[in-house]
Design a protein around this ligand. Structure first.
Ligand SMILES: Nc1ncnc2c1ncn2[C@@H]1O[C@H](COP(=O)(O)OP(=O)(O)OP(=O)(O)O)[C@@H](O)[C@H]1O
Ligand SMILES: [Mg+2]
Length: 458
């Protein structure tokens, strides 16, 4: 295979000509350049190149500088440098800088061909690997972050692009929409599972403990610090620190975190010893941090530090086209975990999934799929209502009433006062009706922002 051309950079027309002739004899396509800059510009423009051969001493960009620039642009491209006969120090330096090989002038044609063929082979392997990795990454991501809605496709592209960087990322999303999944994907498809993924939920621990959780402490640093402890920042070094509910972080801790990120170092509480850390933070929030900053509740400077890239997860109600796929996915998972046969969702159920507004997003859908698999009813879904065209008038009216009540209860997450206000009903009447239809307030409360349903087991 010889589609990828050999690029030859030399200011000497005699060398260009004789080498070109030789490569043509070997059936190798070749492109020539009189200087390094022109070759570099072409490379940056994305022109295909199988191997780059360059003279070392040239006006303008010399061979070693070109080598450096090529490595910054495309570190898979093998570079062969041509050195004068016996110029051992130069050859050594070239190899040390990452040249693939060097060619001694005057060159030996047979050996040259062999060197170039080997470099081309290596280039092909490199490109093949890169393509495979890319495909794997995209495929792997699609299996982890399910959804074909345009918003989800965009999200996966953004993740694939950001994963290999160390840029901090801020993830926005409603409750249960998949913020942690996104953070884990950024990690797994980035530095990978061999490096730490450390989670700190800033909203779940008392504010006075957030700082020592992050920075660690020495024994006796404060009352209760009976043992010294490594902080999450230190733990996460080299990997990813996932700061969940970042909006709950106390302001004083925010200042210290910002400094740690800027300097790349931490000091445990009660210690003077500075520890270097390599940090990549993925922070998640349900709120608008800039608005919070405007109210003085969040440090604007920290926001800008963290939001190098911002990812936004669309709520489930805005991507209803994914409901059926996701429901199937979660049902399969539940069937496996609970060792139950998988049930088919019928049209009625799928229609009901589409009518509901999913305030608890994917976590709530997962809960519904699990209940379905276990043959439990799904209280917040109006499965029957849309098709209540059979039975007596009284039955139909009752079914319709029940569906309205269910919808209102779910919209207000079991908040009775809000339901009373919306439907303009006296409390006693609502109580009676709920009893008649077998509706329990608690069944609608579990979808609250704070009342998270446990994820595992499903
Ligand atoms: N795109 C997706 N494909 C498949 N499963 C998903 C997807 N997004 C989320 N999930 C699943 O949905 C559940 C909720 O996701 P996750 O815990 O990441 O949400 P969250 O935004 O962090 O929630 P919270 O706001 O409560 O912290 C998890 O069980 C997760 O595995
Ligand atoms: Mg979460």
């Amino acid at each position: 295979m010889s589609e990828l051309p050999v690029w030859l950079v030399d200011d000497d027309p005699g060398v260009r000509e004789s080498l070109t002739q030789w490569f043509e004899l070997c059936d190798l396509p070749v492109r020539t350049f009189t200087g390094g800059q022109a070759a570099l510009d072409e490379l940056r423009a994305g022109s295909p190149c199988g191997v780059l051969i360059s003279d070392v001493k040239m006006p303008g960009l010399d061979g070693l500088q070109l080598l450096q620039a090529v490595q910054d642009t495309d570190d898979d491209l093998p570079v062969l440098l041509m050195t004068g006969h016996g110029d051992v120090p130069m050859a050594v330096q070239a190899m040390r800088q990452g040249a693939w090989d060097f060619i001694e002038k005057p060159y030996d044609p047979e050996r040259l061909e062999e060197q170039v063929q080997r470099a081309l082979e290596r280039r092909r392997l490199g490109q093949e690997n890169r393509r495979l990795r890319q495909a794997l990454r995209q495929g792997g991501l699609a299996a982890r972050l399910i959804g074909e809605a345009p918003g989800m496709q965009r999200l996966r592209d953004q993740i694939a692009n950001l994963a290999s960087t160390r840029a901090h990322v801020l993830v926005h999303g409603e409750t249960g929409s998949g913020k942690e999944v996104v953070a884990r994907c950024l990690h797994e498809f980035g530095t990978g599972n061999a490096t730490p993924f450390v989670v700190l939920n800033c909203g779940a621990i008392p504010p006075e403990l957030v700082e020592s959780e992050l920075f660690g402490h020495e024994k006796g640093a404060f009352t209760g610090a009976v043992e010294s402890r490594v902080g999450k920042l230190e733990h996460a070094s080299g990997g990813t620190l996932f700061l969940d509910e970042i909006e709950s972080m106390p302001l004083a801790t925010q200042v210290k975190l910002l400094r740690a990120l800027q300097e790349g170092e931490v000091t445990r509480l009660g210690s003077n010893h500075v520890i270097q850390v390599d940090l990549r933070v993925v922070a998640a929030t349900k709120t608008d941090l800039l608005q919070q900053a405007a109210r003085g509740e969040f440090r604007e400077d920290l926001y800008y530090r963290l939001a190098i890239a911002e990812l936004s997860i669309p709520p489930l109600r805005e991507r209803r086209e994914d409901l059926a796929t996701l429901f199937l996915h979660f049902s399969r998972q539940a069937a496996e975990v609970h060792q139950r046969p998988q049930r088919e969702a019928d049209g009625k159920l799928l229609a009901a999934l589409g009518r509901y507004h999913w305030p608890g997003n994917l976590r709530e859908l997962r809960n519904a799929a699990t209940r379905f698999t276990l043959n439990l009813d799904i209280p917040f879904l109006e499965v029957a209502s849309g098709d209540a065209t059979e039975g007596s008038l009284a039955d139909q009216i009752a079914a319709f009433e029940a569906s309205l009540l269910r919808a209102a209860l779910s919209r207000h997450r079991g908040n009775i006062q809000a339901v009373l206000d919306e439907l303009d009903l006296p409390r006693r009447t609502l109580n009676q009706k709920m009893q008649r239809h077998g509706l329990r307030r608690e069944a609608f409360c579990g979808q609250d922002d704070t009342g998270k349903t446990a994820d595992d087991p499903i």
